[in-house]
Design a protein around this ligand. Structure first.
Ligand code: ADP
Ligand code: MG
Length: 716
């Protein structure tokens, strides 16, 4: 009883010291933790190699050989003892054992565990030796081979040996690969009887999955490669399936419930705005607006993610959606992650609203108390139709008369909690949440979107407004800086503006800040007053200072804006034609893509110059090359995920995904993920609350709540 939760310390072969090591290095505290640490690769031990065929290019070999002689060496290879000589253990530094099979002889070398190995490797006895051959002069040897007695119980039954994640500390602490295998075997034999099946019988049958017990046993000690394959598939499927089930369950319950504001009309303001647009909407914009409209008339709450590359025209979609809400007598809000963005949205939206009768206001941290009071009142009495703002909108004293739609720009900057705060701002007294439209310009690979935003419906604007010019991208070394300055001067002479971005990984990192300041000084020296004006923006500035500098650039009063990645999100300066990215090798692909999206918004030809440092790794160079090769955000996101793994999606600023998968990989198991999602949908289709008796195990597993995404703010 209760073996699974037993502290690892009590497992035979562990003890307090090793338990502490396992906890610190691998986070393993209980037997359950241990058996859920799976090998990350396997060594095939099926074949036995004749000694004569051992070559240094073989990764691992397994020999079956008989001990011939044992020699103990002291310092500088002096022989301490040979077979019959008396032994002075204190002087021994190395044990050399010569073994032979029918094809030849070979040396096994030990620097550690000498006495123990000496005692068991008695001449005339036969063992299995397993290790990586090394060339030593003209001869070959195995250093610290694993030694097994042939047919030595459970561990050598299978032909594949698991290799577990390990660290230097674990190895020096005595927890070698072999020890880990033994611990797993011991833990498994204690725990397996207690492991309960997590998937209902019918799921196992439907998906042709092996039982959890079979899977656990064979993931650690595969009977053969076929058994391993089945075990892996089962465990990966299970992980992805529960993740999807948990996400989709919320979505199904929501969309089945009738807690959604019904918005049957489109309204005159929508038409007034639409008819006055200076351009026609792209096919993608029209499609997305139809999708949103379908949600609003469904009677269910909308929770939709709108993905669209930088410049794809999401703002227009947001405005038209807000006007639909207004057309039905509701209010709408648009929330942006920064003050500058909110201001910019506000300015754009006001233009779009000119032909309508809708009142719109801006609410941010720097809105004065007096203005604020007016806005609060107008929101409460309903005379204000649309409000644009920052987090300030979430404050408790912001009360809407009847908020019907909340648009959140750049989702990943807001956490789930903030989203739910908005939910509670729905029409007063009715306890109905507003519709939610989340917009993001960060292209996310399909598999990741399915997971991170699995509870949202997804719309994609996959078409750019006509007339956007490609941004010419090049990668240069520091040595070409003078040429780059010359080019910048030429562009400025043509009336254009230039962004210069420095990496700032953590806003508090002093070194990065010093680099930024040094870089700024250098630019000011190269572009001196009165001919040139250079503005600087970074996270350590006060809001006022930031806004002042930013506005100077937006309004065209500064030629160059030196900044950290604060400009990454959404700022629109159509006149800026050059984006210089310093130490570009330090940025992740998605970030580079976002930054590049800041230029190429106007009529002029635009350029992105990636300046790399001397020390640029091969991987970083690959990223930079990809940037020069394509402008397609989705392609970049897919490649990014492949190159760096999903945990590193956003590159240097990434602190890891808010979900951790134990065995499945979003980058590699896309197909299985799709299968798991479809199957989860199929189950929820008939039993959205998982109340049917056969689904009881599913509900039980979901309650463990390890499948919940806790912190969306980490996706940045
Ligand atoms: P983003 O998706 O990055 O938020 P915006 O909504 O800011 O993109 O749009 C980028 C630019 O494209 C804006 O200047 C906008 O006026 C313009 N735009 C949007 N839709 C169209 C369209 N259908 N045709 C032409 N220009 C458009
Ligand atoms: Mg935008």
């Amino acid at each position: 009883m209760g073996e699974l939760n037993t502290s690892i310390q009590y497992l035979s072969g562990v003890g307090p010291k090793r338990a502490e090591l396992l906890r610190r290095e691998l986070g393993i505290e209980t037997l359950s933790d241990l058996i859920h640490l799976y090998p990350f690769r396997y060594i095939d031990r099926s074949g036995i190699t004749p000694i004569a065929q051992v070559a240094p290019d073989l990764a691992y070999v397994q020999l079956q050989a008989t001990v011939v002689t044992r020699t103990l060496y002291g310092p500088s290879s002096s022989i301490v003892s040979q077979e019959t000589d008396p032994i002075h253990w204190g002087a021994v530094k190395r044990l050399s054992v010569i073994v032979e099979d029918a094809s030849g002889r070979m040396e096994m070398v030990f620097f550690k565990g000498i006495r123990w190995n000496y005692q068991r490797l008695v001449p005339g006895s036969t063992f299995l030796f397993f290790g990586k051959p090394q060339a030593f002069g003209t001869r070959m040897n195995l250093v610290h081979p694993e030694v097994d007695v042939p047919q030595d119980g459970a561990l050598t039954q299978g032909t594949l040996t698991g290799v577990y994640p390990s660290t230097e500390k674990l190895k020096t602490g005595g927890i070698t690969g072999k020890v880990m295998n033994k611990l797993q075997a011991a833990a498994l034999s204690l725990c397996l009887p207690e492991i309960r099946e997590t998937l209902p019988e019918y799921v196992l049958r439907d998906r042709a999955l092996v039982s959890v017990q079979y899977a656990l046993k064979n993931i650690h000690f595969p009977k053969d490669s076929y058994a391993l394959q089945k075990a892996t598939r089962r465990l990966k499927f299970e992980e992805l399936f529960f993740l999807q089930l948990s996400l989709l369950k919320q979505k199904y319950i929501r969309s089945r419930g009738d807690r959604g504001i019904l918005m049957p009309k489109v309204g005159p303001d929508f038409h007034a705005c639409y008819n006055a647009l200076p351009y026609t909407l792209t096919g993608a914009q029209q499609r997305v607006i139809k999708e949103i409209r379908a949600d609003l008339v469904s009677g269910h709450q909308m929770n939709r993610l709108l993905q669209g590359d930088v410049g794809s025209g999401k703002t227009m979609v947001a405005v038209l959606s807000c006007l639909m809400a207004v057309g039905n007598g509701y209010q709408a809000c648009i929330m942006a992650p920064t003050e500058v963005l909110a201001q910019q949205h506000y300015a754009n939206i006001q233009k779009y609203l000119k032909p309508t009768s809708v009142r719109c206001a801006l609410l941010t941290g720097s809105t004065t108390q007096k203005e604020r009071r007016g806005i609060h009142a107008a929101l409460e009495d309903g005379s204000l139709g649309i409000i644009v703002g920052t987090h300030a909108l979430l404050e408790d004293n912001v009360v809407f008369r009847n908020l019907g739609l909340a648009v959140i720009d750049e989702q990943h900057r807001f956490g789930v909690e903030q989203r739910s705060k908005l939910w509670n701002k729905g029409p007063s007294g009715q306890n109905v949440p507003p519709h939610v439209l989340v917009m993001t310009a960060t292209p996310i690979p399909r598999t990741l979107a399915m997971t991170l935003y699995g509870d949202l419906d997804v719309s994609v604007i996959d078409e750019m407004p006509p007339g956007r010019k490609p941004v010419q991208t090049m990668c240069i070394g520091e040595n070409r800086r003078p040429a780059m300055y010359k080019f910048m001067r030429e562009q400025i002479a043509l009336g254009r503006q230039v962004f210069v971005v420095f990496p700032l990984i953590f806003e508090s990192e002093k070194i990065d800040l010093q680099n930024l300041e040094k870089g700024y000084e250098e630019i000011v020296r190269a572009f001196p007053l009165p001919d040139y004006k250079v503005a600087i923006v970074h996270g350590q500035q006060s809001n006022e200072e930031k806004n002042f500098n930013m506005s100077a650039f937006v309004a065209g009063r500064a030629h160059i804006l030196v900044s950290t990645t604060v400009i990454e999100v959404g700022v629109d300066v159509p006149n800026a034609s050059v984006m210089v990215i310093q130490s570009a090798q330090r940025f992740g692909l998605s970030q580079l893509h976002q930054l590049r999206g800041r230029v190429g918004r106007g009529a002029e030809k635009s350029y992105c110059i990636l300046v790399k440092d001397v020390k640029t790794s091969k991987e970083a160079q690959e990223r930079l090359d990809l940037m020069c090769a394509t402008e397609d955000g989705f392609e970049i996101a897919e490649q990014d995920m492949k190159m760096r793994g999903p945990g590193d999606l956003e590159g240097t600023q990434q602190s890891g995904l808010p979900i951790s998968l134990n065995i499945a990989s979003l980058a590699k198991d896309g197909q299985l993920l799709t299968e798991a999602r479809r199957y989860a949908e199929q189950i929820l289709e008939t039993d959205p609350r998982l109340e049917a008796p056969q689904n009881e195990p599913l509900l039980r597993e979901l309650r463990k709540d390890k499948y919940e995404i806790k912190d969306y703010s980490k996706i940045s």
